[in-house]
Write a protein that binds this ligand. Structure first.
Ligand SMILES: C[S@@+](CC[C@H](N)C(=O)[O-])C[C@H]1O[C@@H](n2cnc3c(N)ncnc32)[C@H](O)[C@@H]1O
Length: 423
């Protein structure tokens, strides 16, 4: 139970009211709020953050219980009843206003078990409709929804160019008391106990580890990138996956990192410097059809398209994404995804690989894009992702030919990848 008091109760309502506009990512709103309220101590901040993120995670259920869209104060009341299961007696003290007592009683009277599936899964109705259109049943939707409510772990990837996993684990423990365990599937992964600031350790500043979720690490294996190859990371962003591909290539061959965002590519520079890689060419492109990529047509062994997406698979870390995305924004993304995949595919040489990935679980951003691409490009065929991982000694329970991770099954963010090969 969150230890509320007058200050924390009012601060939580204040910051949540700002967040509910969804004009900015909620973590940015939270940081700004704490900066402008320096009187709040460490414990206060912790409790306020717990309370506010707990409300965002459960907002759909809380609003159903309240009977419709609600303000921050009512949501907090519903949170105390529905999530914390408090009695009115436990909301004693000066902080719980008499005016909220009716809301309290209303929330107590509602039975969540009677709510529609989208409410019980705490996913927007349009998201659940997308899942149903993709063939998911109610039980799986509820399991996915429950998994997305959980806490996300902090995963590290050991840079195989510079160190071994056991060495880095020992170093982190020795230097900072940071406890880690090997990730269940990735050969380079370490799962950190708690959330220590890894960037202050030399293992990080000297490029022996990077922060990277396990799903992204496994994606590297699916590209099959090897020593001496020509590889393209088409949507490289700040280069998280580029660094992994470069390490898999032993810093040999040529690795092109393209992106339309100068800011993201600039953020990649210090990471690249730390990594020790010397085979990377990072290039800003104006669009997926930029002239710069023309000279690479038909020459690339493996092309990764880590497409711009709704990010819905990361709602454990960013619960506000559920409310910052909508059917129209996803439709816009679908058009981009289709166009980027089509353009990037031109670079793949005969028998080369094309990997399409998103950090989303929406079938409209995943299977639908890949199926349409394959239908329009019969020279590409779908490979079996679980088989490819098995060949890399990764045994992971997956159904179907795609690489689909879910938090409730794989203790990772939801993630999707399809591996294709040009005939
Ligand atoms: C999911 S993020 C990539 C994250 C990155 N691969 C990583 O591991 O850190 C998608 C990226 O696609 C980029 N992007 C958007 N439109 C693009 C386009 N038309 N061509 C290439 N990249 C694009 C965005 O700037 C963004 O950096």
């Amino acid at each position: 139970m969150i230890a509320l008091n007058n200050t924390r109760y009012h601060a939580a309502i204040s910051v949540l009211s700002e967040m509910l506009v969804f004009a900015a990512p909620s973590d940015a709103t939270m940081s700004r709020f704490f900066r402008s309220n320096p009187n709040l101590g460490g414990q206060d901040r912790h409790m306020i953050a717990e309370c506010v993120y707990g409300i965002l995670r459960n907002k759909i259920r809380l609003e159903w219980v309240l009977g419709g869209p609600a303000n921050a104060r009512s949501l907090l009341t519903a949170y105390l009843v529905v999530v914390e299961r408090r009695n009115l007696r436990e909301c004693g003290g000066d902080w719980f206003p008499d005016t909220e007592k009716d809301n309290f009683a209303l929330c107590k009277s509602k039975k969540l078990a009677e709510a529609p599936v989208y409410v019980r899964a705490d996913l927007p109705e349009w998201v659940v409709n997308d899942l149903i259109a993709g063939g998911m049943n109610d039980a799986d939707i509820l399991a996915l929804g429950a998994g997305l409510q959980g806490a996300a772990a902090l995963d590290l990837r050991v840079n195989s160019l510079k160190a071994k996993r056991e060495q880095v684990a020992a170093e982190l423990l020795d230097v900072g008391g940071v406890e880690t365990t090997p990730t269940p599937y990735s050969p380079w992964g370490l799962r950190v106990t708690g959330k220590p600031a890894i960037n202050k350790y030399r293992a990080f500043t000297e490029g022996r580890v990077e922060v990277q979720d396990e799903g992204s690490q496994l994606l590297g294996l699916l590209t099959g990138a090897k020593r001496g190859q020509m590889v393209v990371d088409f949507c490289a962003g700040a280069g998280g996956k580029t660094l992994l591909l470069g390490a898999m290539m032993h810093s040999s061959g040529r690795l092109y990192a393209f992106d339309v965002s100068e800011k993201r590519l600039n953020n990649f520079k210090p990471r690249l410097a730390r990594s020790g890689l010397s085979n990377v060419s990072a290039q800003l492109i104006s669009s997926e059809n930029d002239q710069k990529i023309k000279r690479l047509v038909g020459k690339i062994d493996s092309v990764l398209v880590d497409a711009p997406c709704s990010g819905m698979g990361t709602v454990r870390r960013n619960p506000d994404l559920k409310f910052r995305q909508n059917p129209a924004s996803v439709l816009e993304l679908n058009a981009m995804q289709t166009s980027i995949l089509a353009s990037a595919s031109r670079l793949v040489k005969s028998a080369g690989r094309l990997v399409y990935a998103t950090c989303s679980f929406l079938p409209s951003e995943n299977e639908a894009i890949v199926e349409a691409f394959l239908a329009a490009n019969p020279d590409f065929k779908l490979l079996d992702a679980p088989e490819l991982l098995k060949a890399e000694q990764v045994e992971i329970a997956l159904t179907g030919p795609y690489f689909k991770l879910s938090p409730h099954l794989h203790q990772a963010d939801a993630f999707f990848a399809a591996v294709m090969q040009r005939d």
